[in-house]
Design a protein around this ligand. Structure first.
Ligand SMILES: [Zn+2]
Length: 338
């Protein structure tokens, strides 16, 4: 862990309902679960894997969801699905499932405004600042992988810092952005200054292969940015197998903070930032227990949530951010200069 590594505290008045409206979310989840049953029905097509973060084979089974087994790595504490659908089956699912289409047609578009204000602008500023501080000054091209919010390019373009802009295998047409952005494939790129992958790691067959390939297009000193969900975050630790927004195949890798650090190192990258600026853990737990009376909280969490005021909750959320105990993680990692 580098000494200069950042820990970030953020508050923008973000609410879960702004970026994941309950009606859209429940429809997306319903379709995902149905599609998963159709696409991944054949047990013979499932593949055993070792820890996607640290590669250790040591694991214990912790819970099941939709017939899939979640395991906890005994080495790094990451939680992951094994056996899991083979890589080609997952690709087929993301290309052709109703859930994927629903995500593109409703989710990304209907929440674009809230996402843009709360998330995309802060992502753009974050990436610009890190590249400016620690990136390669001669590499200013930017690429986003499997773009589902083309408005990220409007925010990036407004910085007047990155150029040219690429969208690798976009899920939503990049013509929905007003910025000059080129849709392309990963193998067409090289010498890139910054590559981003927002909420992709959790559903990759192999996060290691995914990050290796993504970092392959970076210039020396270029920065790889990603966001994902961590199992060491407060809401997941408290809700565990009852977490209502964890499902197959969206979340087959729920890496721990320790596991993510190992993963970045295994990929030959230098960690610049690993922070958890999530704003929603407390709100998500409160919401989940309201919806599902079978969730039993520990005495302390129950007391904190139900007998303390919004100020205590806000302070507690800030504590989670500061100590990297929120489940929303963002990572910046640099490719070493040759
Ligand atoms: Zn592990």
């Amino acid at each position: 862990m580098t000494r200069r590594m950042k820990r970030v505290v953020v508050s923008s008045g973000l609410h879960e309902a702004d970026i994941r409206p309950p009606a859209l979310m429940s429809e997306f989840k319903r379709l995902s679960i149905q599609d998963a049953a159709d696409f991944f029905a054949d047990p013979a097509s499932l593949v055993e894997v070792d820890c996607p973060a640290c590669d250790s084979a040591e694991r214990e089974a912790v819970f099941r969801k939709q017939e899939f087994l979640y395991n906890r790595c005994e080495e790094c504490g990451s939680v992951y699905v094994s056996p899991r659908p083979a890589e080609a089956t997952l690709a087929e699912y993301y290309a052709n499932s109703r859930a994927s289409r629903f995500r593109v047609e409703h989710f990304s578009r209907d929440t674009a405004k809230a996402r843009r204000y709360h998330l995309l602008r802060s992502h753009a500023n974050w990436m610009g600042q890190i590249v400016d501080e620690t990136g390669n000054p001669d590499a200013r091209a930017y690429a986003d992988l499997s773009t589902h919010s083309p408005q990220i390019f409007d925010e990036i373009h407004a910085l007047e810092f990155f150029s040219p802009l690429y969208s690798v295998s976009p899920l939503v047409p990049v013509t929905e952005s007003e910025a000059p952005v080129t849709a392309t494939t990963l193998d067409a790129l090289s010498g890139i200054g910054a590559v981003s992958a927002f909420e992709k790691i959790e559903h990759q067959f192999s996060p290691f292969d995914f990050l290796r390939e993504a970092s392959g297009v970076l210039a020396g000193g270029g920065i790889l940015f990603f966001t994902t969900r961590s199992v060491t975050g407060f809401d997941l630790q408290v809700l565990w197998d009852k977490t209502p927004y964890i499902f197959i195949p969206e979340h087959i890798n729920l890496l721990s903070i320790e596991g993510m650090t190992r993963l970045v190192e295994r990929c030959g990258l230098e960690l610049v930032e690993l922070s958890t600026p999530g704003q929603l853990d407390v709100e998500l737990v409160l919401h989940a227990v309201r919806q599902d009376p079978s969730i039993k909280l520990s005495a302390f969490v129950d007391y904190l949530l139900h007998h303390r005021d919004p100020l205590a909750h806000a302070d507690f959320q800030e504590f989670l951010q500061k100590h990297r105990l929120s489940s929303h993680v963002r990572v910046a990692a640099r490719k070493p200069k040759e």
